[in-house]
Design a protein around this ligand. Structure first.
Ligand code: AMP
Length: 175
């Protein structure tokens, strides 16, 4: 079974020129879902990870499974205005405009080892903002992991420049 073949590609979604890499087909395939989680977890098995931080929304599905497997806690990083208790937030640049993500201030105890999980890294803007937010709360971000990398968009390089390890399972050319 090839993980790549379980990911559906939708040309010109959500706008012309973008190929949307849809993981719902991977998630719906029992062996592919299990294999993805096993491979994301593998470098960290046996290490003490305190928390897995998942990025809304597909990072919740994968991150929840990874956290369970590592016996770690799960921390949601959400779009602005969704979390009910006191939050810390960060804005980051998009191609057009800005976006904002938030975390509960008490979700991290300083010094905790945290692994960041999302489905896909493109420009790395979202993941880099998540790492910075976690570090502001005192987290030791030990790694970031993704099912899909779009290397031409430079996101993985951006995280490595922040001295954060990056791992992905499948790479696709282009945008
Ligand atoms: P970025 O901040 O540019 O790394 O974008 C990453 C976020 O946008 C992730 O949460 C992805 O789910 C989503 N994303 C960006 N590009 C794509 C794409 N081509 N297909 C599917 N999701 C994407």
């Amino acid at each position: 079974m090839n993980l790549r073949d379980t990911i559906r590609s939708i040309p010109d979604h959500p706008k012309p020129g973008i190929i949307f890499r849809d993981i719902t087909t991977l998630l719906g395939d029992p062996r592919a879902f299990r294999r993805s989680v096993d491979e994301l977890v593998q470098p960290y098995a046996g290490l003490k990870i305190d928390k897995v931080a998942g990025i809304e929304a597909r990072g919740f599905i994968l991150g929840g499974a990874v956290a369970h497997q590592l016996s770690a806690g799960f921390v949601p990083i959400r779009k602005k205005g969704k979390l009910p208790a006191e939050t810390a937030s960060i804005t980051y640049a998009l191609e057009y405009g800005v976006d904002e993500i938030e975390i509960h201030r008490d979700a991290i105890t300083p010094g905790e080892k945290v692994l960041v999980v999302d489905d896909l890294i493109a420009t790395g803007g979202t993941a880099a903002a998540a790492v910075e937010l976690l570090q502001r709360l005192g987290a030791d971000v030990v790694g970031t992991c993704f099912v899909i990398d779009l290397p031409e968009l430079g996101g993985a390089d951006k995280l490595r420049a922040m001295k954060v390890p990056v791992r992905s399972l499948v790479a696709f050319e282009g945008h």
